[in-house]
Design a protein around this ligand. Sequence first.
Ligand SMILES: N=[N+]=NCCCCNC(=O)[C@@H]1[C@H]2[C@H](O)[C@@H](O)[C@H](O)[C@@H](CO)[C@@H]12
Length: 450
Amino acid sequence: MKNAIGEFPEGFLWGAATAAYQIEGAVTEGGRGKNIWDTFTHTPGAIKNGENGDIACDHYHRWREDIALMQQLNLDAYRFSIAWSRILPQGRGTVNQAGLDFYSRLIDGLLEAGIQPFVTLYHWDLPQALQDEGKGWLRRGIVEDFVQYTDVVTRAFGDRVKHWTTFNEPGVFTWGGYVLGEDAPGWRMQPGAALTALHHVFLAHGASAQVIRENVPQSQVGIVLDINVAEPASEAPEDVAAALRFDGMQNRWFLDALLRGEYPADMVALFGEQMPRIETGDMQRMAVPLDYLGINIYRRSVIAHGDELVPVNYCRVLPPGEHTLMGWEVYPKCIYDILKYVNERYGPPKIYITENGIALPDEVSPDGHVHDERRIAYLRDHLTYLQRAIAEGVPVRGYFVWTLMDNFEWALGFEPRFGLIYVDHQTQQRIMKDSGYFYADIAKKETAVK
Ligand SMILES: N=[N+]=NCCCCNC(=O)[C@@H]1[C@H]2[C@H](O)[C@@H](O)[C@H](O)[C@@H](CO)[C@@H]12
């Protein structure tokens, strides 16, 4: 298909992405159990402006309106996550039928609108009951809990949902939750805990993929990673070495483990006694064949040597130029660079760009519109580099904007607006931004560019 950006493969999917805790609200409705983000957001000082996702975008009640907006965007696909604690309020055991019913209605609504559901099983919202019992992902037995959760939802929706992502950004919720303290459960400086949690997440991923394939005919199974090419801040040996360590932590730890069944030796040596306990067969259990790799990409990583974040000892350098409300550099070539990096080293069968977008201080103008020119430029420039990577043979089969609508941006609350759709979080009014109209034109099938 051809559009204002250029030529894209037939069947290329134009999508948008969200996550349950960031949009649903209704945290005590429909039998939903408590999760670690309910706890974390109600911990004083954890979230900017003391905000939380108790209501968020009220998507739990407004999902029909939101599907209609997806149709206005001409979306082929919609990536969303299921809240584990809506399905199994205590993390395991008794299934909550009201939770299954909510997602069943949502999936039926998407299919009726001609939109393919791409489901993420885990987008950071662990049932609190599992966190309380043995500290969540630190307990190896949690793998069985995730298997039960996978079994319940794939039996319920596998007749209609074919694309299943096990985890979203395992590195972010483990390093963020156990080292940086920026994400639930908010632990700090426990790299050994992060690596142990990550090991169990990888095991859960492998076990879950098996269950998905047993329960869902013609399933497509993948995982979503926030991988990022590391550029040394200078040619100084300590910066080059730091960039290699960052590449090991941010990229090779995940790609080598999940696609090759081995942890990278340089990082194993670096982590030393922080390494998780690895049982015989673990590495084979996690490295199951994948149908696709999801890549979330926002920026590039310019890396210098640093004294913090032991033992990786790196720090990010923010180059001059345009920055987003997240403090991230706008560097559109990052999407081309990461696609070439992954394709040349690992050659996954298919890739989806599962998140790409920009946080801006969007406002409604007196004319009632949201003139987000910077987001249009961001999307246009990243899509141009994406198209170049595809033209050079990288097997990208779809692109999902982060995000459908302005939502709860984790520790930063509602201030960073990433949406194609503006949301007034007081009134819940939705307003299509100019970037939404831009994206609808890109995604429109009959857009003929002469
Ligand atoms: N901890 N921490 N620290 C740094 C995290 C850097 C990378 N963050 C992401 O990629 C997240 C991804 C997420 O899926 C989505 O739920 C978030 O809303 C977007 C926007 O932030 C992106």
